[in-house]
Design a protein around this ligand. Structure first.
Ligand code: SF4
Length: 470
């Protein structure tokens, strides 16, 4: 499962804005590994550098030295719309009628196709296949005068999930969709301000976390300081997978440190699915905290039974089956001398297609594990995501096709326990109604475009169409 992107912005004089953005993107690398980019301005035009690959591969000292200015934005991309190619790397630059902006987007616009056609019809020439370009030109197409009003106009038209950072020649702007699906927070840095997908990026650049940008809020930073423009909040739909997997455990979202919420998920899993075992282990790194929670609650010692090669990106480097299969072997090495003959509780964050987990179980069993009891920090994922997470079509989701006992057999585990939805909410300790839970329940908080419904359904055999709640 892939998160779609990480975004960052900074407005500060007296610091190296390009280098600060580089290190913030470095901290947000987990949110996207296909391409990286930085755009800056010194008030006199916008300069941008984007490249395919990891942040460390995309920039040299020389590239950064050319990006001079006091406002900068940056982006790590994982493609959810538009293919993975250099032209789709962000930030994107859009120009019209003498106005220029650079934009970086995390999320997915569900009515992008309709808006794209409308913009083309109005004479705008869109060059990439991304919904982010649609957002940029929608802002420029607004009849309003101020940037804030232009963005409000675009937000009024956009459906879906978006956390945005936007750069103009004199402003840094952050905006978040009215449901707050993707995170975005505001920080203070020296005599300036920064905006980031996650608070861990602020920590790494020495910025102080100030607050989250509210769902539906636009924050404008310029020479007058920070201004906030908010619409009355309706229903929130924060992606619950930020808590389970996407965001880093050292980030704070809605006042909750994710390490602690994951540790609580493990504790509640131990209550819901106890088992006799010799060791507990979390699949590194995303389930380490939950594994420790399970160990603390059950009294079963924690051990590191799988060592992760930290220089391999996340498992799904390329969304192609052959590479994914190689990925697990490249990524993990089991400690056979520790786990041989032992009964293991293995805690993992989630099961999507069910292609990676059986390979982990098989690795452990080949290394001599006597039993492997899987405990999963999320309920079964039965519905696809349309809000910026590249998950799978519905029919690719193993829990949409199989019962839990069938999944256990498929995975080759000795037992399998999924955290209940109530248990998940209890672990996060926030009201249930502020979350998007659609991939578990099928109740989508945002209207999903007809085309997307079709996309999900066309992969599903006809006899399974009844009861789908798209
Ligand atoms: S459908 Fe699932 S992954 Fe997508 S935004 Fe909602 S909770 Fe997150």
């Amino acid at each position: 499962m892939h998160e779609s992107c990480g975004v960052f912005g900074v407005y500060a004089s007296g610091i190296n804005v390009a280098q600060t953005t580089f290190f913030a993107l470095f901290a947000l690398q987990h949110r996207g590994q296909e391409s990286a980019g930085i755009a800056v301005t010194d008030g006199n035009g916008i300069k941008v550098h984007t490249k395919m690959g990891l942040v460390s591969q995309a920039f040299t000292e020389n590239n950064l030295a050319l990006l001079k200015g006091h406002i900068g934005i940056g982006h790590n991309r994982y493609s959810t719309t538009g293919s993975s190619r250099p032209a789709n790397a962000q930030p994107i630059i859009a120009e019209s009628d003498g106005l220029t902006l650079a934009l970086a987007h995390n999320g997915n616009i569900t009515n992008a196709e309709q808006l794209h056609d409308e913009l083309q019809g109005r004479g705008y020439h869109l060059h990439t296949g991304t919904d982010s370009e649609v957002i940029a030109y929608l802002i420029l197409a607004s009849p309003s005068q101020s940037w804030q009003e232009k963005i409000e106009y675009a937000m009024h038209r956009l459906q879906g999930a978006y956390s945005l950072v936007i750069l103009t020649e004199d402003k840094l702007i952050g905006a978040r969709d009215s449901f707050g699906v993707r995170p975005l927070c505001l920080g203070r840095i020296d005599n300036g301000w920064s905006i980031a997908s996650e608070s861990c990026a602020l920590d790494h650049i020495g910025a102080e976390f100030v607050r989250e940008i509210e769902p539906g809020e636009i924050v404008v930073v310029d020479s007058h300081g920070v201004q906030s423009f908010k619409k009355k909040n309706g229903k929130k739909a924060i992606c619950i997978f930020e808590y389970i997997y996407f965001a880093r455990p050292d980030s704070v979202i809605q006042g909750k440190l994710l390490y602690s919420t994951r540790e609580a998920m493990g504790r509640i899993l131990a209550e819901e699915y106890p088992v006799d075992a010799d060791f507990v282990m979390g699949v590194p790194d995303s389930a380490t905290a939950a594994g420790i929670g399970y160990s603390n609650a059950s009294g079963i010692p924690y051990c590191e039974g799988l060592l992760k090669n930290r220089y391999v990106g996340r498992t799904f480097i390329e969304p192609e089956q052959r590479i994914r299969e190689l990925g697990v072997r490249l990524k993990f090495n089991p400690l056979s001398r520790i786990i041989a003959g032992k009964r293991l509780v293995v805690v993992d964050d989630s099961i999507v297609r069910g292609t990676t987990t059986p390979r982990v179980v098989s690795l452990l069993k080949k290394a001599g594990a006597a039993e492997v009891h899987l405990r999963i920090c999320a309920p079964p994922i039965r519905y696809p995501c349309f809000f910026g997470v590249d998950m799978a079509t519905r029919w690719e989701l193993i829990a949409a096709r199989k019962t839990v006992p069938e999944i256990k057999e498929h995975l080759g585990a000795d037992s399998l326990g999924y955290l209940s939805l109530d248990g998940l909410i209890r672990a996060i300790d926030l009201p249930r109604d502020i979350f998007c839970l659609a991939c578990f329940t099928g109740a989508y908080p945002i209207p999903v475009q007809i085309e997307m419904d079709k996309l999900a359904l066309e992969a599903l055999p006809q006899e399974n169409l009844s009861g789908i709640k798209l």
